[in-house]
Design a protein around this ligand. Sequence first.
Ligand code: FES
Ligand code: MG
Length: 579
Amino acid sequence: MSEKKHITPDQLRSARWFEPDDLRSFGHRSRMMQLGYSDAEYRGRPIIGILNTWSELNSCHSHFPERVRDVKRGVLQAGGFPVEMPALSVDESFNKPTSMLYRNMLAMETEEQIRAHPLDGVVLMGGCDKTTPGLVMGAITAGIPMIFLPAGPMLRGHYAGKILGSGSDAWKYWDERRAGNITDEEWLGVQGGIARSAGTCMTMGTASTMTAIADAMGLTLPGASSIPASDSGHQRMGADCGRRIVDMVWEDLKPSDIVTPASVTNAAKVAMATGCSTNAVVHLIAMARRAGVDLTLDDLDALGRTTPLIANVRPSGKDYLMEDFYYAGGLRALMKQMEAMLDTSCITVTGQTLGDGIKDAQVYNDDVIRPLDNPVYAEGSLALLRGNLCPDGAVIKPAACDPKYYEHEGPALVFDSYPEMKAAIDDENLDVTPDTVLVLRNAGPQGGPGMPEWGMLPIPKALIKQGHRDMLRISDARMSGTSYGACVLHVAPESFIGGPLALLKTGDIVKLDLPNRSLNILVSDDEIAARKAAWVAPEPRYERGYGYMFSRHVTQADKGCDFDYLERDFGAPAGEPDI
Ligand code: FES
Ligand code: MG
């Protein structure tokens, strides 16, 4: 037990359930006996909830049943009492229409599971894209001591002597298949080799971005986010999490001590330095707002302009994957490399500072984790745009697109839905040139619904056959963190609620000026106003169920797509339940 102990056993939150000599507590104790636990096992000890986002349809978390055992071992060793509890397994691969529709459901479940049960601390087990922000958002609001256990990346992909990266190589080989350049046999080989162990996508996609953000924010053990899922170090990290959360309870070290404006800024800088997924914008804003930190797109743009991208990990980097990043020293080494840019006085789940956590970190391969003066890309990975097409902002990842599109003017080719786009894109007579700007609308938070990862619109087959592999694309959708290309995303307000994207017509000239961070249509204000007056709102997506609630309460991308009523300042805190 830590020397920093602040609270006593009678001050444990769970004591309210178990200690009073009344009928309710009698009921709770008798039910613990029904579960097979005697008093000595749990009374007066921190009860640690292990929120496990495992399911048999979540390929990234398939090692969680074993990892729970490691966490429990650690909790017991430190004198706590572990209880595993299920949390919604938001999986990226199978969840339709998009996992993003369910991030907030996981956040609500996490918050309510914690609030409603006799828990003193929690270990959050997640990693596949939306599970990290979902768990963290809920746990920040619930407010009890918590530690995040990242699932860890899977091993590098392999096929026919080639290294394969999650997502990125799937898109790449798919384009080659559409161009007729690879055989069915090769395509099957890629299918079998691209995901070959437990763990999250091993490019710097949304999963590795978000676990790095949790790590840099101080919510994981230092460097935990880089350990591959199948490395025995991951098991040891699981047991360490179990031991540490028990001490955190005695120390009363809460998320509110850890998630501060300074730690959020650290996390944003580290994200930029890793070449983060564009999804980081939405999730980081949502997580920060849960902690009362009003992070804006302009803040992120400013940090993006001053933070070099130093992790040479695909898709922003050229050569390496998360497994290489770990061998090169992992996130601790990256943070050490940029130490001068970070506020190292921030407290982490260790109870010590970020600076303490990275003190002896070293870079073992400076081609993978570059020095600040030899970056992969001089500015950070994301840029935020504004203009008459996106008054509330849009996002682009310059590091992952062909620089010839940084300043571009071309005619729009507009699609109203994903199926409409899909039906047209392989038509070899489609009226497109490399200057055309492909536009997809009705793909935002309400329109998608759930803002699906459709933003990397496929290059039309006619252009693929001419050898083109990039073009300017615009949507109110998101794109996978493993995607690449000149894709403007997260246009806000979205078209489904009448944002300017809804008023665009095929043939209108669109102008992107990345150095000046602007995105405009060259259409007069009067013409835009006339189109706006004539605009008719689409039919609602949902008339019942979760989707009905989602459509009424989801905020726009620039605010993080949380539900308005879950935001910190919506109303008085829910407080502790009556028992
Ligand atoms: Fe789970 Fe990519 S599908 S992290
Ligand atoms: Mg993803």
